[in-house]
Design a protein around this ligand. Structure first.
Ligand code: DND
Ligand code: ATP
Ligand code: GLN
Length: 546
């Protein structure tokens, strides 16, 4: 009776850092050998280049480094076999999204991905050509078929591997997280298991890469469709799956099943990891943000402290004549409570200097949002100055509801390098704040209960300019994620005038989003790679064809 230990290498590759990824693979493979007596360690899709490498793939230099890396791995890994993902070939002869088995000091075989995703955040057809063959290798007497990520979402690649003699399918993934993704993945894998009668081992990377966050959550399903191994989400780990051939010749798989976490906890963890990796992979010493006593900056600060530690976070309260005592008190309470460096810089002198400079030009004109925006821009300038001087990156605090309708100031509160809440609707901002306080009380209760206000004018409330967030977010979800049109939303019972107004605001503010910092994608359609609308567009909510 044969037994094989396959280890799911849930690692966090860095895009473009081929040498670093080689070290990550070697370290993890040796650790898997020591801790689990691994025979084979399976790593994620495009392990060597990281995912998605985007136009780095157009650089011959990257491909040269990857070829060198494969021979380095072969020469350095002498007691454990690995299956690693990498780009193969070149632009002239065809570039493939591939995976190679390295065993006994050499590359034994290479598989080319057959299904290339080209929708949503993926654009693999820009770089790769499709493979058209199964690759099945005999590993210590067990025939293993290779598939890569999108392959498992289609019938053909697994079916071909079965025809080529596979008894087990391994699937190397770079599958980004979004709310509701887990059941979809499992359902697809289960379809392949029932179509082929073969067990599937699904290995995913974890970690943040610009606007994507990968959740890992690797798993294994046996030939009967039962989940036998489940790795935790959003963290590193080497997870063994033991594969035995029984007396009848069938394979049985066993491993450890971790309990799934609550959705809010997973979202919070995904945001923290995405933020941490953006900061650390871009080598920032810390972050600086405007802390206003409002809920968006409060949640952003909590995420930043949880991501990189209080000592690397600097909160700046920048009061104006419209800032309430409540805001001043709550911001300080929160900053002190979380132990972050806290500064107070009044924007009154800067604001007055701008108003004085513009006095002649503005003579006789009424006060309007111009003055509101100048306040937001004073804050942006001060934060960017602190960033320039200290090297810390500015966190932008806008949420998805605001980004959708353009309720933010260009070069003002939109200033910054990264925007953790960019894909988080305001209603979810509240839920996440409650969730975080349940773990330990960090956001003063009043910040959560007070009505949202930009405090850019006397007695100003967000709800004076915008529909109630509970309604707004539902309309936005239907219009943005679900692509429903004006008529659909009216049929669903929303007030026609309100829907038209919201849609107009969303459409009109594409230009702002195009200039916004990147942020972590947690939904099925985030602003960014997922949603590419023209700025200049004659397509309006009311236009009809006669
Ligand atoms: N298609 C287009 N392509 C390129 N640029 C375009 C454009 N359309 C307008 N513009 C330009 O954009 C400018 C308008 O944008 P901008 O200057 O940002 O200002 P605007 O959108 O007019 O006003 C900002 C709004 O956000 C609110 N706000 C500000 C700050 C914080 C918060 C909060 O609660 O978090 C809310 C504020 O109360 C106000 O209602 C125009 O002056 C025009 O030059
Ligand atoms: N007084 C202030 N001091 C420091 N930063 C501020 C101040 N007012 C606004 N900002 C910055 O500008 C951002 C946008 O302001 P805004 O007041 O709309 O958001 P918020 O206070 O975080 O949340 P809310 O929308 O619930 O009021 C804030 O998140 C904060 O980063
Ligand atoms: N890298 C890929 O092929 C990812 C595509 C896949 N459908 C996923 O997100 O899980």
């Amino acid at each position: 009776m044969q037994t094989l230990t396959l280890v799911m290498g849930q690692i966090n590759p860095v895009v473009g850092d081929v040498a670093g990824n080689v070290n990550r693979i070697i370290e993890s493979a040796n650790q898997a050998k020591q801790q689990h007596n691994a025979d084979l360690v399976v790593f994620p899709e495009l392990t060597l280049s990281g995912y998605p490498p985007e136009d780095l793939l157009l650089r011959p230099g990257l491909l040269k480094r990857v070829r060198k890396a494969l021979s380095t791995l072969a020469s350095k890994l002498d007691n454990v076999a690995v299956l690693v993902g990498h780009p193969a070939g070149d632009a002239e002869s065809g570039l493939y999204n591939s995976a190679s088995l390295i065993d006994d000091g050499k590359v034994i075989c290479t598989y080319h991905k057959q299904q290339l995703p080209n929708y949503g955040v993926f654009d693999e057809k820009r770089y790769f050509v499709e493979g058209d063959n199964a690759t099945v290798f005999d590993f210590r007497g067990i025939n293993i078929g290779i598939t890569i990520c999108e392959d498992i979402w289609f019938q053909e690649p697994a079916a071909r591997a079965k025809v080529a003699g596979a008894e087990l399918i391994v699937n190397l993934n770079a599958s980004p997280y979004r709310v509701g993704k887990w059941p979809l993945r499992e359902a697809e894998v289960n379809k392949r298991v029932s179509e082929t009668g073969l067990p599937v081992i699904y290995v995913n990377q974890y970690g943040g890469q610009d606007e994507l966050v990968f959740d890992g959550y690797s798993f294994a399903i046996n030939a009967a469709g039962e989940k036998v191994a489940q790795a935790p989400a959003l963290e590193f780990g080497l997870f063994p799956v033991s594969i035995k051939r029984d007396a009848s010749g069938a394979l049985s798989l066993s491993g450890t099943l971790c309990e799934p976490e609550e959705e809010l906890s997973t979202i919070y963890k995904a945001l923290t990891l995405g933020l941490k990796d953006y900061i650390e992979k871009n080598h920032f010493p810390g972050v600086v943000l405007g802390l206003s006593g409002g809920i968006d900056s409060a949640l952003t600060m909590a995420l930043a402290v949880d991501a990189i530690g209080a000592e690397k976070v600097h909160a700046v309260m920048m009061p104006s004549r419209y800032t309430s005592q409540m805001s001043l008190d709550d911001a300080k309470l929160m900053a002190d409570g979380m132990g972050v460096k806290y500064s107070i810089i009044s924007i009154e002198p800067t604001f007055n200097a701008f108003i004085d400079s513009l006095a002649d030009e503005f003579n006789g004109l009424p006060t309007d949002t111009t003055e509101e925006n100048i306040q937001a821009r004073c804050r942006g300038i001060l934060l960017m100055a602190l960033s320039n001087k200290t090297g810390s990156m500015v966190l932008s605090t806008g949420n998805k509801s605001e980004m959708a309708v353009g309720y933010s100031t260009l070069y003002g509160d939109m200033a910054g390098g990264y925007s953790p809440l960019k894909d988080v609707y305001k209603t979810l901002v509240y839920e996440l704040s409650h969730y975080r306080n349940q773990q330990s009380m960090v956001i003063p209760e009043r910040i959560i209960t007070r009505p949202p206000s930009a405090e850019l004018a006397e007695d100003q409330l967000d709800q004076d300019s915008l529909p109630d967030y509970a309604v707004l977010d539902k309309i936005l979800q239907r219009y943005i994620a679900d692509q429903r049109c004006f008529e659909d939303l009216v049929d669903e019972g929303y007030d026609a005038e309100m829907v038209a107004r919201v849609i107009k605001m969303v459409d009109r503010n594409e230009y702002k989003r195009r200039q916004a910092p990147p942020g972590i994608r947690i939904s099925s359609r985030a602003f960014g790679r997922d949603r590419r609308y023209p700025i200049t567009s004659g397509y309006t909510v009311t236009s009809t064809i006669e």
